[in-house]
Design a protein around this ligand. Structure first.
Ligand SMILES: NC(=O)c1ccc[n+]([C@@H]2O[C@H](COP(=O)([O-])OP(=O)(O)OC[C@H]3O[C@@H](n4cnc5c(N)ncnc54)[C@H](OP(=O)(O)O)[C@@H]3O)[C@@H](O)[C@H]2O)c1
Length: 249
């Protein structure tokens, strides 16, 4: 049986690396995007070049109807879904006082509502994949969290608060959906610099990372692959991938 995955926000950066890593490992992949159509098409081609069946699906996860539409399209193509990766994200700096209710809601929609709705809508397909794959025993929902869910980034209240809610979704789903479906979180530190960081900001951040370097999208992707295929007794945990950054005071 071919294993299958949906990766949201998979046109660039971490999502792209996850989609390609899964294709390399033998998964067929649904490559979700919002606005980066060309990037998604390149990732689809890259997955196909690795022997996978892959297709692109569009949807703005701020809108529940589009999120459910995305789930329906994936369900139509993949009767069974081995892995759901909730990776799509918005990361916009705003002071606490400068954060509008609309911005808070947008963060909650992309980081909490969409992962919740996709997981709910695709649950029968995740369960079906687990039942058809005795070697694996369970399917996986992997939410991309952030070490900022534990210790907030100053100037990113809406982002940090919504990622903290996502961590609780990991734990709640883990105790309700097992044994057929496990749920985990992956919490990166810095694995791909935000495009708006200047050299001085990067240097300041690098000095705080015990491993002395930024991580890579491929390292995050390998962790997701590991959690699905090797870490088959891991459920309800959020695994940090941050070079030791969050251990520092
Ligand atoms: N990069 C890091 O070092 C880092 C650190 C900590 C945590 N993380 C987490 O790891 C994940 C991947 O990080 P990243 O930096 O690769 O993410 P990113 O580049 O900021 O975003 C990934 C994709 O999310 C999609 N997206 C944004 N808003 C959307 C919406 N309303 N509806 C649907 N899709 C939307 C975008 O797709 P389009 O381009 O198609 O619009 C974007 O390409 C995220 O969950 C992030 O919070 C990353």
């Amino acid at each position: 049986m071919r294993r299958t995955a949906l990766v949201t926000g998979a046109s660039h950066r971490v999502g792209r690396a996850i989609a390609l890593e899964l294709a390399r490992t033998g998964f067929d992949v649904a490559v979700h995007y919002r606005s980066s159509r060309e990037g998604a098409a390149e990732v689809v081609e890259g997955c196909r070049a690795l022997g996978a069946q892959a297709f692109a699906v569009q949807g703005d996860l701020e809108h529940p109807d589009q999120t459910l539409g995305l789930a329906a399209q994936v369900a139509e193509r993949f009767e069974r879904l081995t892995l759901l990766v909730n990776n799509a994200s918005i990361f916009i700096p705003r002071s606490f006082q400068g954060t509008s209710l609309d911005e808070l809601r947008r963060n909650m929609a992309v980081h909490v509502e969409a992962p919740f709705l996709l997981s709910q809508a695709l649950l029968p397909h995740l369960q079906a994949a687990a039942q058809a794959d005795p070697e694996l025993e369970s399917s996986l929902v992997c939410h991309l969290c952030d070490i900022a869910a534990e210790r907030p980034f100053k100037g990113y209240t809406a982002y940090s608060a919504s990622k903290a809610a996502l961590v609780m979704l990991v734990k709640s789903m883990a105790i309700e959906l097992a044994p057929l479906v496990r749920t985990v979180g992956v919490a990166p530190g810095h694995v791909a610099w935000p495009p708006d960081y200047d050299d001085a900001t990067k240097a300041r951040m690098l000095r705080r990372i015990p491993q002395g370097r930024v991580g890579t999208p491929v390292e995050a992707a390998r962790l997701v692959r590991f959690l699905c295929l090797e870490g088959t007794y891991i459920n309800g945990d959020v695994v940090r991938i941050d070079g030791g950054l969050s251990r520092r005071y």
